[in-house]
Design a protein around this ligand. Sequence first.
Ligand SMILES: Cc1cc2nc3c(=O)[nH]c(=O)nc-3n(C[C@H](O)[C@H](O)[C@H](O)COP(=O)(O)OP(=O)(O)OC[C@H]3O[C@@H](n4cnc5c(N)ncnc54)[C@H](O)[C@@H]3O)c2cc1C
Length: 467
Amino acid sequence: MTHFDAIIIGAGSAGYNAARILGANGKSVAMVDKGPLGGLCILRGCMPTKTMLRSTDVLQVIRDADELGIQVDNVRADFAAIMARQQRLVKGFQDYRIEGIHRAPNATLIQGAARFAGPDRIEVDGVTYTADRFLIATGSTPSVPEVPGLEAAGYITSDEAMSLTRLPARMVVWGGGVIALELGQFYARLGVAVTMLLRGEHVLSREDEDVQAVVEAALDAGGITLVRNARPLSVEARDGLKVMALAQGDRTVTLEAEEILVATGRKPLLAPLDLDAAGVETPGGCIKVDGQMRTTNPAIFAAGDCLGDFFLVHVAIQQAEVAAHNMLGKSPARTADYRLLASAVYTDPNVARVGLSEKDAAAQEREVLVGKYDFADLGKAECMGKGAMQGFVKLLADPATGEILGASIVGPEGADLIHELIVAMEFRCTAERLMQIPHLHPTLAEIITYPAEEIAEARAERALAIG
Ligand SMILES: Cc1cc2nc3c(=O)[nH]c(=O)nc-3n(C[C@H](O)[C@H](O)[C@H](O)COP(=O)(O)OP(=O)(O)OC[C@H]3O[C@@H](n4cnc5c(N)ncnc54)[C@H](O)[C@@H]3O)c2cc1C
């Protein structure tokens, strides 16, 4: 029986980063992965989607070029070439990651699916391994609701979308979250007639209504049909088509499409781990951890998508770093801190957020001051053209101290612009300080000073009123 200081189950973003930290601190580490090696972000997540979206973003810029005095005739997107480029880049990212896995200090790679055979041991292909500490980092899998006929009629998830070879004429995209929006816009821009089914009234249910409104207007302008409050009832394959019946309020609607993309969320991948044998509790199908990323078995930690909370790669890595620190037994112990929780949707316009939204503030009954500025009123956005003039930057601040508590950006390069606000919040910057920090002109980034100024003015008025 082979013993390690630590066994990491899953060599994706979370597992790989934890293994490197543990190994670099002199611990013997086994990284177990059932393959293919590379992790979701590289193989079927962040990287392939962003590669694909770059193609359709450029396509849109070319389509809008007329506004800039540039005539382009016969614009044609080559889906096969877009997908070939995506697969070539992904192979490069994967090779680089595999090289990193093999070079990780003090680490042994064990290829195969792990299953716990007790609280201190796992089995991989009939071989038992023991360790002092474990990290579960097995990631997630698409969550597909049960609908009569769906399995038989066939569908794709984002996994299959990464290797799709032919564009359907029509596609039903079931979902209104980040994956549905990114892929829905990608296909629509390539000429697919996309119908998007929303469970509720709006896309991106956690975002504020003004954010949702800008995104929905952009989807609408891009020819995507939104079906709100939709509940699929059945699917049937008929004459090469997938025919879906869905309930929308009191009425039943029938949709026909060549393909259905199910993008209704993801769930932790916990099979075939046998977490009962390890004494790890999984209420609601998600691994339960404390702030130190420790499960209900104190020798077993968990990080990343398998927790079922954020499904974001930078959070998976942050949780893995906290877990690795605590697996080393370093003092003081570290705790995961989500004050700077940030996320982005890479649609056009981008949607990005850090910290509080207005919805969060209302739910917490927390008073905030809000400053907001439209890209349509920003000189640089006007220079860039109408595509850059959608959306706004919104800042939320504490009325008493002026500290920035959250920011939403819906607009051009939002996923990059949000970093200024993440840094500002890290250092607990106030609206007053933020507006005084030099910003180049004309830039997209200078927009951030305007809502900061609005908040600073509101605070000054309040101070005068109080007297
Ligand atoms: C379409 C799409 C787009 C995305 N875009 C973004 C984005 O732009 N930005 C962002 O932040 N996030 C994005 N995400 C989410 C991001 O990819 C994940 O949050 C992140 O990759 C999760 O990392 P992880 O280490 O937890 O899991 P993974 O990277 O999935 O790693 C889990 C590993 O565990 C292995 N494994 C599983 N079970 C076992 C077992 N029993 N034994 C051995 N090995 C096992 C698997 O083979 C895998 O290698 C996207 C996701 C999708 C689906």
